[in-house]
Design a protein around this ligand. Structure first.
Ligand code: NAG
Ligand code: NAG
Ligand code: NAG
Ligand code: NAG
Ligand code: NAG
Ligand code: NAG
Length: 478
């Protein structure tokens, strides 16, 4: 593979490259596609929010500290991911070093435009109170901050706004925000950047929501989603394609005319997690319906979903979950995953028809008018207190922090591999044990700790809403 040659070359020269730039992704029909090679892009990704949303500050976020990004990019690159999702971003922070590090690592960024601060998101019970120019300053600020990075893959317009507890017409506001984002990008970015929604796994509303956001509205074409993320935790432990309900999701999303992927996944009812769902997600049953998945989440936080522990001295300790996920990634058939498929890329969006909607999400396609001030923000651009990003040189490739394997041994040689121009990161087929000799005696326990309760857990998990929703709820309660 040319990839490994490039890696070897970069490693041999020991050079930090500045020329390296990922090819932007575009949406064609039902697939993400590499805009230059035309290969299909499926997300092999991890949700990245060290410190959780509580750690978010107006001036600092997970992509504003060069040293932690270098450490985490090296650890994530080794895991084999090609994408991260980052939830809460501060437009005023300088993201150049971090975005450049992830770019050099061949890792794309899926970015939420919301923040947990006041005026930072649509209120699901009264979205009309939050659709205003204060909120849109946050949204456009994030676009300005990230529009110039080639590895900015996409923006999430909203996360889990539609659920049992939302007001019926929440959908029209999501479409309004997407219209405004598309207009902003069209006017102020030099390429198109996909915009879409991340949904809670409320099964009775799911198919209608995906249809509602994907259909074409003649009088508001810009309000359509370019993709659909689903936060879903229905595969627990050793569940199967059918016991997890993944077979139903495959059917549900087969004909949805935009890329669909898990924007959060990785049930932790059974610990440690074995990630047997990875084989199904990227395998022949699901891969035409789904464009991959983001596993929740990189760092261990109070809710116990971490692949690694970030220690207080800045070192990182891998958890067994990391080893298990890496082993699953190493088994993937990358040729199949990147194969383009003209039936998929030529799929067209249907024209919106209220009769198609049978659940109690809104049937209205009367998208709210652009309220006062938003039109001016779009016309003039919004850069007040915004650091408009640009790639910079990656000057160092060796993290200063230690990384420990699951046995507590230091992994030597952890570094960022600067990939060549067109190279997306791929599973490296290494194991985490690094230079230590523990690989033969692997304690990762990929199967030992799994119990047979997986299928049972998954029955109740079907109606569970995502962690993001729980977090949002917790924050609102503060
Ligand atoms: C868009 O802007 C970026 C960053 O300024 C630049 O690197 C890139 O070449 C531009 N692309 C086009 C198509 O003009
Ligand atoms: C939709 O109906 C379900 C079941 O009747 C109910 O629990 C839910 O609150 C309703 N949701 C909306 C958005 O009206
Ligand atoms: C191509 O896509 C179509 C439509 O989704 C699907 O039925 C078919 O199996 C795919 N072909 C391959 C080779 O994956
Ligand atoms: C950092 O913290 C980890 C976990 O507590 C510990 O194992 C390690 O020895 C510490 N490293 C240094 C250099 O202090
Ligand atoms: C746009 O079209 C939809 C569906 O035909 C309709 O319900 C809505 O009222 C129209 N909106 C405007 C502003 O004309
Ligand atoms: C990955 O490593 C395993 C064990 O070393 C080897 O059997 C397998 O062929 C490798 N796979 C690839 C794709 O290189």
């Amino acid at each position: 593979m040319p990839l490994s040659y490039a890696k070897l070359l970069a490693a041999a020269c020991g050079l930090a490259s500045t020329a390296s730039a990922l090819h932007p992704l575009v949406v064609e029909g039902k697939d993400f596609v590499n805009s230059v090679t035309k290969d299909r892009f499926q997300i092999i990704g991890v949700d990245y929010q060290p410190g959780g949303s509580a750690a978010f500050k107006k001036t600092a976020d997970p992509l504003s500290d060069k040293d932690t990004c270098l450490r985490d990019a090296a650890v994530l690159q080794r895991l084999g991911v090609n994408a991260i999702r980052v939830y809460n971003l501060a437009p005023s922070a300088d993201h150049d070093a971090c975005a450049s590090i992830f770019n050099a690592a061949g890792i794309y960024m899926f970015l939420d435009v919301n923040s947990p601060l006041t005026n930072g998101a649509l209120d699901q019970t009264a979205p009309w109170t939050t659709y205003n120019h204060f909120y849109m300053q946050q949204v456009f600020g994030v676009i300005e901050a990230f529009k110039n990075y080639p590895n900015t893959a996409a923006f999430f317009s909203a996360n889990e706004v539609i659920s049992e507890s939302s007001t019926e017409n929440a959908g029209i506001y999501i479409r309004a925000v997407q219209r405004d984002m598309h207009q902003y990008i069209e006017k102020h970015a030099n390429r198109s950047i996909p915009v879409g929604y991340s949904a809670a796994d409320v099964r009775p509303l799911l198919v209608d929501t995906a249809y509602y956001l994907s259909c074409n509205l003649e009088n508001s074409t810009e309000s359509r989603s370019d993709f659909f993320g689903l936060n879903s935790y229905s595969w627990c432990g050793d569940a199967t394609y059918t016991s997890s309900g993944y077979n139903v999701l495959t059917q549900d999303f087969k004909d949805i005319s935009m890329p669909v992927f898990f924007s959060e996944t990785g049930c932790n009812n059974v610990k440690p997690r074995v990630f047997s769902e990875i084989e199904a997600i990227y395998g022949p049953d699901m891969s035409s319906s789904l464009s991959g998945a983001l596993v929740y989440e990189y760092s261990q936080e109070a809710n116990d979903y971490g692949l690694v522990v970030i220690n207080s001295n800045g070192s990182v300790s891998l958890r067994v979950d990391y080893d298990n996920l890496q082993k699953q990634y190493n088994k993937l058939d990358l040729k199949a995953i990147t194969q383009s498929n003209s039936s998929q890329t030529s799929m067209n969006a249907p024209t919106c028809n209220p009769d198609e909607i049978t659940s109690n999400i809104t049937k209205s396609f009367d998208i709210p008018k652009q309220v006062d001030g938003i039109d001016k923000l779009i016309a003039n651009g919004y850069t007040t207190d915004v650091h408009v990003g640009q790639l910079v040189d990656v000057t160092s490739t060796t993290p200063s922090q230690q990384v420990y394997d699951t046995n507590g041994n230091i992994i030597s040689g952890i570094k960022l591999n600067v990939l060549s121009d067109d190279a997306t990161n791929t599973p490296s087929n290494t194991t985490t044990s690094g230079s230590t000799s523990s690989s033969g005696t692997t304690t990762s326990g990929s199967s030992a700790a799994a119990t047979s309760s997986g299928a049972a857990s998954s029955l109740t998990a079907g109606s569970m809403t995502g962690i993001g929703g729980l977090l949002a709820f917790a924050l609102m309660a503060l």
